[in-house]
Design a protein around this ligand. Structure first.
Ligand code: ZN
Length: 105
């Protein structure tokens, strides 16, 4: 097993799953976290579902600390309950949301 951070960016990604959209969603969600960080008192935020459907804008509510913990792991995505794809593996099952990752590499 090798550790280290090999980037998948160098490969031509032509798969059914739109990972570019996911990167965009992740950027949006990180912005949510940043805005939230400056707002006092609120610990739960509405993040955008990070499922493979690029037209999905379902909001997923979870604590900011949870979102930060989950997204600290590369390849983990927060999706609304039931939004996981068959090729994805559910790593955590939270209240109203799932944490999924790809099964391959
Ligand atoms: Zn979704």
């Amino acid at each position: 097993m090798t550790t280290g951070s090999s980037s998948p960016d160098g490969r031509a990604a032509r798969e059914s799953t739109d990972w570019g959209t996911r990167s965009l969603l992740r950027a949006v969600n990180e912005q949510v976290t940043r805005i939230g960080a400056s707002a006092n008192g609120q610990i739960e935020f509405d993040y955008v579902c990070e499922c493979a459907d690029s037209t999905c804008f379902t909001s997923v509510r979870l604590p900011r600390s949870e979102y930060a913990r989950i997204t600290a792991t590369a390849g983990w995505f927060v999706v609304a309950d039931g939004h996981g794809m068959p090729e994805e593996h559910v790593v955590e099952d939270g209240p109203g949301y799932l944490v999924v990752t790809r099964e391959s590499d």
